[in-house]
Design a protein around this ligand. Structure first.
Ligand SMILES: Cc1cc2nc3c(=O)[nH]c(=O)nc-3n(C[C@H](O)[C@H](O)[C@H](O)COP(=O)(O)OP(=O)(O)OC[C@H]3O[C@@H](n4cnc5c(N)ncnc54)[C@H](O)[C@@H]3O)c2cc1C
Length: 503
């Protein structure tokens, strides 16, 4: 069988997805084996949101060999230990979803079984009381986890960063590695008359970019995967009803929180993301329940201060392309689908999708088996992320508001139903090895939303309630002391990670 290496890779779009694809492929094929061209249009620009991440972003920084302090400084980033969900459960309640577990096993029994047992007797505090990250967040503090840490001292972190500064930094990296940037508006996609494969993209005013393989990073426009390849879109709005956001920056926060804030509002929720030079804000809502004008008013009132830029309306659809790889077109980022930003999963999905393409990177004679494997893996991943986000809506504790009442009564995907059943009846979270959100994440949301199992491991009864209570007290004391010793997040950002004042 002939195997002709792909020589010309064309990336259409220069947002986070496009430049991250360019940067990573320019590192993998650093010996010039692949000519990489990225086409983007200044007239359109990137979506410019996407500023809260999950810890896997650190792998990108490290893979590219970028110094972490330099990355933070150049992208005006802050550290993120968790997301705070404010008002999602009972009125006035808030809880964290940290990048960390809670408590420790007692007599080799998982903490969550012991916690469920004590919770059912009103003898347990909320999960956050047993988590170092949550305590750091509550005090606006940050500390680096130490290598090899275990138990309560083990936690992870991500970043909040300026999406446009990240794209700029990735561009510098990719261009230094030989990626060619072509400025221009793609107006036509040329396909082979026989095979249907894409052969070139044509630019406004003349000019074309030919290629062997095309990565569609054109954002919601989906120029190649939908425009040319007609992949089709699987709509998930019946599970994730929000379809609009209004976003605007405000002045930088003082002190800097070490978490993303997600506050539930009568229709949807609002985000608050601290950066070194400004705060990113947005209100995610459903246009079926509130008009854009009313949403804008709610958002401005919620800000509590004047925005430093005109609020921007962003429309989106929640769901995924039925196939993100067709023939020689592979979609990465918003062109491949979108889950709303509640758990900051999009940039992770971009990263994962780029890695998947590399793993299955084809010859010119593309094997359909490879395509099918990659598409199946993408679907599995998206459904997992989707289910986790739906849980927040379905499990909400806000009664008497139409939007939230209807979310609670939605019928769930079977995959999520089984997860909830397992938690309810066994206090466990059945997961495969590949799933991104691990037990501590699911438990944070279950516990935070007051979805408490009705059964747990019977051996818990052999430990004795006083012994468990005493272990819980030790956990709390440890967590309190760790937070007391840690520096404020602001203080931590002084030094090499500080962003230059002109950003
Ligand atoms: C409201 C909202 C909040 C979000 N918050 C988060 C978050 O907190 N965390 C997170 O991980 N993700 C978040 N996301 C998702 C995140 O913004 C995106 O995943 C990320 O920015 C990648 O976008 P992209 O590169 O796919 O698309 P875009 O940024 O839209 O880039 C598209 C590119 O294609 C180019 N292009 C388009 N059409 C043409 C054309 N005809 N010719 C030439 N070039 C063209 C544009 O110039 C641009 O360069 C959020 C998304 C939304 C909508």
């Amino acid at each position: 069988m002939t195997q002709t290496p792909i020589r010309n890779l064309v990336i259409v779009g220069g947002g986070t997805a496009g430049w991250l694809t360019a940067a990573m492929f320019s590192k993998w094929f650093h010996n010039g084996a692949l000519n990489i061209t990225l086409v983007e249009s200044d007239a359109i620009g990137a979506v410019g949101v996407g500023e809260a991440t999950v810890p896997s972003i650190r792998k990108v920084v490290s893979f590219l060999g970028i110094d972490e302090a330099e990355f933070i400084s150049k992208t005006s980033a802050t550290f993120k230990l968790a997301i705070q969900f404010d008002g999602w459960s009972k009125e006035g309640s808030a809880f964290f979803h940290p990048f960390a577990g809670h408590g420790e096993a007692i007599n080799e029994l998982p903490f969550y079984d012991c916690w469920t047992h004590m919770h059912r007797q009103n003898r347990a505090k909320p999960l956050d009381a047993y988590c170092t990250s949550s305590a750091l967040c509550a005090a606006n503090k940050f500390a680096m986890p130490s290598n090899g840490a275990a138990g309560l001292s083990k936690f992870n972190y991500a970043y909040h960063f300026d999406a446009l500064l990240v794209a700029r930094m990735l561009r510098e990296y990719a261009e230094a590695n030989g990626v060619e940037r072509r400025e221009g508006l793609v107006t036509r996609v040329e396909q082979d008359g026989q095979t249907g494969a894409v052969t070139a993209v044509h630019l406004e005013g003349g000019g074309q970019v030919d290629g062997d393989f095309f990565v569609d990073c054109s954002g919601f426009r989906s120029l190649l995967i939908e425009g040319a390849m007609k992949a089709g879109f699987e709509d998930w709005s019946h599970w994730l009803p929000c379809d609009r956001a209004v976003a605007a920056p405000t002045a930088k926060a003082a002190p800097f929180p070490s978490y993303t804030k997600s506050k539930a509002l009568p229709v949807g929720w609002r985000w608050r993301i601290p950066l070194q030079h400004r705060t990113g804000n947005g209100y995610v809502y459903s246009s079926a329940y509130i008009s854009d004008d009313d949403a804008r008013d709610v958002f401005l009132k919620e800000l509590g201060e004047a925005p430093s830029d005109e609020p921007r309306l962003i429309k989106f659809g929640t769901g995924m392309r039925r196939r993100s790889w067709i023939k020689n077109v592979y979609a990465v980022g918003l062109s491949s689908g979108f889950l709303e930003p509640l758990e900051s999963t999009s940039i992770y999905a971009i990263q994962s999708s780029i890695t998947r393409l590399y793993k299955h990177f084809p010859y010119k004679e593309i094997n359909q088996v490879q395509i099918d494997l990659a598409n199946a893996a993408a679907r599995k991943e998206q459904e997992h992320l989707r289910d986790f986000i739906i849980l927040h809506y379905w499990g909400n504790g806000r009664t008497g508001e139409k939007f939230w009442d209807e979310c609670r009564s939605m019928s769930l995907p079977d995959t999520l139903k089984s997860m909830i059943d397992a938690w309810r009846h066994t206090a466990t979270v059945p997961l495969g090895e590949q799933e991104f959100f691990r037990e501590s994440s699911w438990t944070s949301i279950f516990g935070g939303l007051d979805i408490i199992p009705d059964a747990y491991h019977p051996a818990v009864h052999t430990i004795g309630d006083e012994a468990i209570a005493s272990a819980f007290q030790e956990f709390e004391t440890y967590v309190g002391a760790a937070a007391a010793q840690a520096p404020l997040h602001d203080a931590f950002l002084e030094g090499p990670a500080k962003a230059p004042p002109t950003q």
